[in-house]
Design a protein around this ligand. Structure first.
Ligand code: CA
Length: 231
């Protein structure tokens, strides 16, 4: 079955070659040129979105944030001509999986798309069952997480949430503490963002066969505990 990819890009000169390239690669591609249409189309859950930041109506970052808040759990690649802003954008963590500065080479983009789809389709169970790993290893200094020898690609916020839970393994960490430590005191959003981050974290850990689980403790917070693999 062909992977469905959504291209959100208002400049035809960029969108057309991109869509053609992806279609040649065998993907089922949809193209929209503004943020409103992007959010509408995301409701049909394409597996991957290539999202431009400079859109005529809603800023791409806002589209990304709202998509995650609405529970969209496919892959998001942000592309931007605002190269100078890229570091800041990555640091803020709007829930994107990858970032690419314009102008980008089509081969580079294709490689990123392939890598992300490989990852998300194994989470969706289309690909072969991942090898089971018991060990979850967190390299705090390098900010990298491994399941056995395989690296688990986490966003900044996912990494921070996981490292706090891991430092308090088998104990409950309150929502308030996670919000305060991972999002700063200027955060005025709802804790739904925390739930979305936890959801994606769980999915990524499961997709590589990590048996440790992030367990929700109703009304209190979350706990990381060792689990047994599903039969
Ligand atoms: Ca644009």
């Amino acid at each position: 079955m062909a992977h469905r990819v959504l291209v959100v890009e208002d400049e035809e000169d960029i969108a057309f070659p991109l869509v053609r390239t992806l279609e040649r690669e065998g993907y089922e591609v949809e193209w929209v040129d503004n943020g409103e249409k992007a959010l509408e189309t995301l409701a049909s859950s394409p597996e991957l979105v290539i999202l431009d930041l400079g859109l005529p109506d809603i800023d791409g970052l806002e589209v990304c944030r709202r998509a995650r808040e609405d529970g969209y759990d496919g892959a998001i690649i942000i592309v931007t001509a605002r190269a100078g802003e890229l570091d800041r954008v990555v640091g803020l963590d709007y829930g994107a999986d990858d970032y690419l500065a314009k102008p980008f080479g089509l081969a580079e983009l294709q490689a990123r798309v392939r890598a992300l789809l490989r990852r998300t389709s194994s989470a969706g169970g289309h690909a072969a069952e991942p090898a089971r790993h018991d060990g979850l290893r967190i390299d705090i200094e390098a900010r990298r997480v491994y399941a056995g020898t395989e690296e688990v690609p986490l966003t900044g916020k996912e990494f921070e949430v996981l490292s706090i839970l891991a430092a308090n393994r088998d104990k409950v960490v309150s929502r308030g503490r996670l919000m305060a430590d991972v999002w700063d005191e200027n955060w005025y959003g709802s804790t739904k963002t925390l739930d979305v981050t936890i959801g994606r974290l769980r999915q990524k850990l499961e997709s590589v066969g990590v048996t440790d689980r992030v367990v929700a403790v109703r009304g209190v917070g979350f706990r990381l505990e060792g689990g047994t693999p599903d039969a």
